[in-house]
Design a protein around this ligand. Structure first.
Ligand code: PGA
Length: 249
């Protein structure tokens, strides 16, 4: 049985005071949770303040992005060393918004994963097909290419994968449990080729319009091990409900 992993991706939302308000009301509501990993990915500006509040709690900190060099003349970028320095244990890499709006290729994603892991960060590695790719029957092909190319020489011990169909992100159109399970199973089979022997221990999260209402049916799928939550993670009560989804046996 893989330990559930529930992560909040706040994207470009919340000022520092707003982020701190969230943390103050959220932490007490999940302090009894011992059977899941809980991770929050705030914007860069809120990382430092939140890290102080999370110290000694059961909630871990993630960044939403990282650069693929350790230091130097890269104006505006943030290195893996800096993320570790402010208390991050995780970083999101390969999110479709990074691929779509910032031109991140599989090669860039792979460089980010390797340097993040080298510096001790665990990576939440996102893959997913667009609507056009799904409708033209290329879903498996896209998932396979992104997974194999993104994970070249990556460390399986510092890895969580997130399946996020692009057409389900922020649209309110969640994948059905059948669609999610089918894609997750395909990704796990692909992981078997990349990491023979380890694929069964890798957590694969579902992301794309996860809500307190649909989380139970998604988490009931055999290969869905957690959730990466955008919109519904912005309010403490709805994210708390997702963290406290109904456990099976
Ligand atoms: P959403 O975003 O839950 O708002 O669809 C998920 C994500 O992009 O990680």
């Amino acid at each position: 049985m893989r330990r559930p992993f529930i992560a909040a991706n706040w994207k470009m939302n919340k000022t520092v005071p707003e982020a701190m308000d969230f943390i103050y009301s959220f932490l007490p509501s999940v302090e009894e949770v011992t059977d899941a990993d809980i991770v929050i990915a705030p914007p860069f500006t809120a990382l430092f303040g939140i890290a102080e509040r999370l110290a000694g709690t059961n909630v871990r900190l993630s960044a939403q992005n990282v650069f693929y060099e350790e230091k130097g003349a890269f104006t505006g970028e943030v290195s893996p060393l800096m993320l570790v320095d402010v208390g991050c244990e995780y970083v999101l890499v390969g999110h479709s918004e990074r691929r779509q709006y910032f031109g991140e290729t599989d090669d860039i994603v792979n460089r980010k994963i390797r340097i993040a892991q080298k510096n001790g960060l665990n990576v939440i590695f996102c893959v997913g097909e667009t609507l056009k790719e799904r409708e033209s029957g290329r879903t498996y092909n896209v998932l396979r290419t992104q997974t194999v190319n993104g994970l070249k020489d990556a460390d399986v011990k510092k890895l969580v994968v997130a399946y996020e169909p692009v057409w389900a992100i922020g649209t309110g159109k969640t994948a059905t449990p059948e669609q999610a399970q089918d894609a997750h199973k395909y990704i796990r089979n692909t992981l078997r080729e990349v990491y023979p022997g380890d694929a069964d221990s890798i957590r694969i999260l579902y992301g794309g319009s996860v809500t307190p209402e649909n989380v139970d049916s998604l988490m009931a799928c055999a290969d869905v091990d957690g959730a990466l939550v955008g919109g519904a993670s912005l309010k403490p009560d709805s994210f708390e409900k997702i963290v406290n989804f109904t456990r099976g046996n």
